[in-house]
Ligand binder design. Structure first.
Ligand code: FES
Length: 152
């Protein structure tokens, strides 16, 4: 009887350890996207090895001047939405809807809209304003350098 219990406990421990490793990886990936950008001006950030979700760091998305205050621009190729909720405040989000992964298609009247099933998200924090999306858009770290918006 104790063999069965031990075996079961071991199996559970192995499963939990495996799940923990996966979870830790996901956490590291999540932390990687929150890493503050360095302020070194000449390509130092782009030459750093990627840790977690920093794929595309340094890629120029567009000009900050092209992001309307109270609105935003969808960069389809890069899968990023950049908004400017208030003058000088730029925020980046994934353009992939959290409902069924359609790309969002419009930024209008302070909302990021997905036309697949009409979810709407806040341009300020990506939160859901209108379901069926179950959660906010994922954040994308961006920075503004020399008037250009770049992935951080
Ligand atoms: S995939 Fe966006 S609302 Fe369904």
């Amino acid at each position: 009887m104790s063999d069965v219990t031990t075996s079961g406990a071991t199996s559970r421990r192995v499963l939990l350890t495996s799940a923990g490793a996966v979870g830790a990886g996901a956490l590291l990936a999540a932390c990687g996207s929150e890493a503050p950008a360095t302020t070194e001006p000449t390509g130092a950030a782009a030459s750093q090895p990627a840790t977690g979700e920093t794929v595309g760091a340094g890629i120029v998305l567009g000009k900050a001047a092209d992001i309307p205050v109270g609105g935003g621009v969808i960069f389809k190729e890069q899968g990023v939405v950049v908004t400017q909720p208030t003058a000088g405040q730029y925020v980046g989000f994934s353009s992939i809807c959290t409902h069924q992964a359609c790309p969002v298609s419009q930024v209008e009247a302070g909302k990021i809209k997905c036309q697949c099933h009409f979810s709407e998200f806040s341009i300020t924090d990506g939160s859901v304003l209108s379901p069926p999306a179950p959660r906010a858009l994922d954040k994308k770290e961006i920075k503004v350098e020399n008037g250009e918006i770049k992935l951080a």
